[in-house]
Design a protein around this ligand. Structure first.
Ligand SMILES: Cc1ncc(COP(=O)(O)O)c(C=O)c1O
Length: 433
């Protein structure tokens, strides 16, 4: 198959070039965004692709080394939820990282699966650490699946190959949340991707480190542990029936660009990032580094991150991805250039950076009820200050990173209550069953 082709984009453009009289949705009739159409005989159908969309998905599977790949218009969130519905039924035990994204908790709520947490370390600066094989080795009794994040927001990766091999030796499927890692397959100096490691389901946000409109994502499957029919049904269950052709076409473009030029772009980008990190360190600002990590991620730490984030915006109109009392995380993508990195360095040279004085480490919660049960039970909204010893009925996250501070079924302890108050949360949904 020819990876230079973008069959889906071509179908959309061919349609537009016919200058059709559009007596169909969307109501904007192409006046808002030309590429935004509905599903038409000429543009194929996301739920039952037979033409250009099927070809685009096949090209994607080949490009990433999957057996099947599916386009998603509701982000990795939809992929993760679909994966849970496909592999697990109520009561199944699933091993997940404590620092999983909220979509994983939503997967638990939807499927009824029960979490067994990998309580990975979080360092003094609030950065969740790599998950090792050792951490999961003796935890697989009764486990029906594992979900790992590769890489996490900061670029840290689990011992993915070892874990996948070990899980498979016990007949257990592995889902990889690779929302931040769609670029991993395209450069040898980046950590291993989930598909390379042999994972069963891999979910990637094309809109994060790839190139698509926001919401564009992929779910891939490989091997015989996943029933593709079931997965397709679940993707459908969680999807709009009016997927934007604009988003879908940009996923097609993203695959082409990553496959044809990903390595070239990363060849150019990685040394530039390395140089930037060295320059920042020369300014006396600590840069977060680990041997096995996604080196595109730039986190400066041990500093007053929130203050720096505020000042960068106020003085230089530079917006960071995420900050805390201890770090600032900057996303550098395939489209960054020497010029954009230079601008950041110049700002960091000229701005006052203060060492962090307060380490913001949210207390860990403990589950005392199943997340699904708590989520669907009767609930009331109470003041956080009155919530001690109640059972949480909702997912509470700060976004980014979207990692829950509290999930349905967790006990609200005194220190959790204090933490919620400290971040300004006033009300909370608790169960009344
Ligand atoms: C680790 C992780 N997984 C999944 C997601 C969900 O991705 P999306 O925004 O594409 O739905 C995110 C989003 O930030 C994330 O950080």
């Amino acid at each position: 198959m020819n990876q230079k082709k973008t069959p889906y984009l071509k179908a959309i453009i061919d349609y537009i070039n016919e200058k059709p009289s559009r007596f169909h949705y969307p109501g904007h009739k192409g006046k808002l965004v030309t590429l935004d159409l509905t599903e038409l005989p000429q543009t194929d159908n996301l739920f039952c692709p037979e033409g250009p969309l099927l070809e685009a998905q096949k090209l994607t599977a080949l490009a990433f080394g999957a057996d099947y790949s599916y386009f998603l218009v509701n982000g990795s969130t939809q992929g993760i939820q679909s994966a849970f519905l496909t592999l697990f039924k109520p009561g199944d035990k699933v091993l997940i990282s404590y620092y999983s994204h909220r979509s994983v908790i939503e997967g638990l709520i939807l499927s009824g699966a029960e979490p067994v947490f990998i309580e990975e370390e979080i360092d003094n600066w609030g950065i969740p650490q790599n998950i090792t094989l050792e951490e999961i080795e003796n935890k697989l009794d009764d486990i029906k699946g594992i979900l790992l994040t590769n890489p996490n927001y900061f670029g840290l990766v689990p011992e993915i190959k070892e874990i996948v091999e070990y899980a498979h030796s016990k007949g257990i499927p592995v889902i990889i949340d690779e929302a931040h890692g769609i670029h991993l397959s395209f450069h040898k100096d980046l950590p291993m991707s989930g598909l390379e490691a042999g994972a069963d389901i891999v979910i990637q946000s094309m809109h994060k480190m790839g190139l698509s409109l926001t919401q564009g994502a992929l779910i891939h499957i490989k091997g015989n542990r996943v029933d593709s029919n079931r997965l397709e049904e679940n993707i459908m269950l969680l999807s709009t029936t009016s997927p934007s052709t604009f988003i879908l076409a940009t996923i097609d473009i993203g695959r082409r660009e990553l496959y044809l030029n990903g390595r070239k772009r990363l060849d150019r980008l990685l040394p530039m990032i390395e140089e930037l990190k060295e320059e920042i360190e020369r300014l006396g600002i600590p840069v977060y580094k680990k041997t096995n990590m996604d080196k595109t991620k730039l986190t400066i730490y041990k500093i007053e991150g929130n203050r720096l984030s505020f000042d960068l915006w106020e003085k230089y109109k530079i917006q960071v991805e995420m900050s805390s009392t201890t770090y600032c995380l900057f996303i550098i993508s395939l489209l960054d250039t020497k010029r954009t990195l230079k601008k950041l360095l110049k700002a960091l040279k000229n701005i006052d950076i203060h060492p962090s004085s307060r380490i913001d480490k949210p207390p860990r919660y403990k589950l005392i009820q199943h997340p699904r049960k708590a989520f669907f039970s009767s609930k009331e909204k109470v003041k956080v200050e009155d919530s001690t010893n109640r059972i949480c009925g909702e997912i509470i996250t700060q976004y980014p990173p979207g990692i829950p501070l509290l999930i349905p079924g967790a006990l609200i302890t005194e220190d959790i209550k204090e933490y919620l108050l400290s971040i300004g949360k006033e009300y909370i949904n608790v169960t009344i069953d």
